[in-house]
Write a protein that binds this ligand. Sequence first.
Ligand code: C2O
Ligand code: CU
Length: 665
Amino acid sequence: MTTGLWIILDHVVALLTIATWFAAGVALALRRTGPALAVGVAAVLVTLVRVVTVAILAGRGWWFVQEKVLLGLPMLAAAAAVAVLLGGRHLLAARRGRADGRSAGGVVSVLTAAYAALAGLVVTLLVGYPLTWGTALITVSLVVAGALLTARVVAPPAEHTAAAGVARASEGRGGISRRRFIGWTGGAVVVTAAGAGAGLSFLPAETVSLGGRPGRSSRPAASVAGLRGPGSPAAGGTVRRHVLTARKATVRLASGREIDAWTYNGEVPGPAITATQGDLIEVRLRNADVEDGVTLHWHGYDVPCGEDGAPGVTQMAVRPGEEFVYQFRADQIGTYWYHTHHASHLGVRKGLYGTLVVEPRGGQRAGEHSAAEPVDLTLPVHTFDGTVVIAGSDGRAEHPAPAGTPVRLRLINTDSEPHRIVLAGTPFRIAAVDGRDLNQPGEVSDIGLHLPAGGRYDLVFRMPDTSVALVVDDDRDGGLRLRPPGDAPDEPRLGDTSDLPELDLLRYGTPAAVPFDPRTADRRFTMVLDRGVAMVDGRPAYAQTVNGRGHPAIPDQLVTEGDIVRFTIVNRSLETHPWHLHGHPVLILSRDGTPSTGSPLWMDTFDVRPGETWQVAFRATNPGIWMNHCHNLPHAHQGMMLRLCYDGVTTPFAGTHGGSASHGH
Ligand code: C2O
Ligand code: CU
């Protein structure tokens, strides 16, 4: 069973502990001895099951259980033990007909077990990892306060029984004053502890994490504003100039349907930018009327930091009437894309994106010798109002391809959710992932591909003399058909594509040497992804968090040029998080502790699915301040975004990253 399923099961068992302890407490209060005993036994059993589910999750990683093991379970276990002692003893006595009415101590202790169970789940859902002293103090205070209040209600001062399961009152007049004393002291302790807990959470938080190495050096600072691209192409290269004007426009899709889009040059996707390795790409970005402001970020392309298009970090957002010129060498070959990075959760969804493809210099790649003119299609997949649009086409697209032609399909996921890709009618290879060629990728067929948000796959094959179908999200009516001229039927034999197993890229292709020893690391950072209550852009929110915090309160990760950096990324939540570091591809080391055994796999965006733990590494060779975030762009906007900072690099820019609060959603 996957860790994600265990997380769900653990939540269900946690709910059951709450329900059974509450039910037992109520039955006891109503003097329903029989039901109380039955439900009480169930509560004890469910609590024991909870211990098992937490133990199993602990085996998957401490991050999944820390707050449960240190706070939730001890609280529940302590309250449950008292409840069994007081409530159980009373019930058994009652069964044997040796006890009158009810035991206040039993009721209070059983209900306290319910409060403890509830508090534990609330801490898991609202706070998560890491547990802080502040959270622990507040939580315990609330549970004890609940117990004291319950005692007041269940055992009014006239009754001579135990209060809060803490002390059995002595007989006679002294009892009342002693219980008062307990009540008042208990109240005072609770208020003090809760206050201390609340105070702790206002302590200034860490702003930089060092990953296990010495802190900042005092070497002279370089500004990101000075980290710009070269002004000329490599020898033999040319300059590729573009002007991209961001503007709102009505765009007509292939079916004739019109959408209200935010565009570059009135087109969706924006103009395709292509180059040959060594060319200089120069793009003048203008903003006509997108009030939020725009930038251009070269997704997966390791440009100098000043060209990276991160507003408030590498430049200011380009407001209407303004412009910004990007310039960088096309040194990396492969399939990439560009998009606005300002208010990107809105802008990209509405159409502010386009493709960037760089071909190797000197023509064909190894293994692509052919007389036939190759078919090379760049296919950004984007969803507009629930309709999947592939390269501007919202219905099924057709493309001719003579038999024997080498075909390359460059799939780009420009959405915030993953897509499932099936290629039917031919065996094929995944030649490149995120623009980087794989080592000796084998031929596959009858398999589904999981394409993360922001990710790219280059699929290559030689055209057969029958049709080939590209099916996205198992929708046979859409997608793309390649057909050899003549009378080939327009559909290959398509079974139920949703039944096909998913290819595991961590076992695909052949191992090869990598440029650094991934077993060593100079700095290690752990990012635990979850939901929780946190500050995002200065406001409290039910945020998408990294280590319990939201942007911009997540500590910067500090690296030094040349460091080998290891990331451990843990997904405690029930949503998929496509992780994306700017400026560097990362080498995938392992998933859930299982090492990658296929081709070296370099990705810039990889899906960390619920319950998964990924280890990745990279060498810090591109100085700057780089965004490091979830590429589900609404998640990034809800806080799941931080910065990786090179020692000594500063930025003169500031301001919000996620966009103004003024725009209407
Ligand atoms: Cu494709 Cu920070 O983004
Ligand atoms: Cu996410």
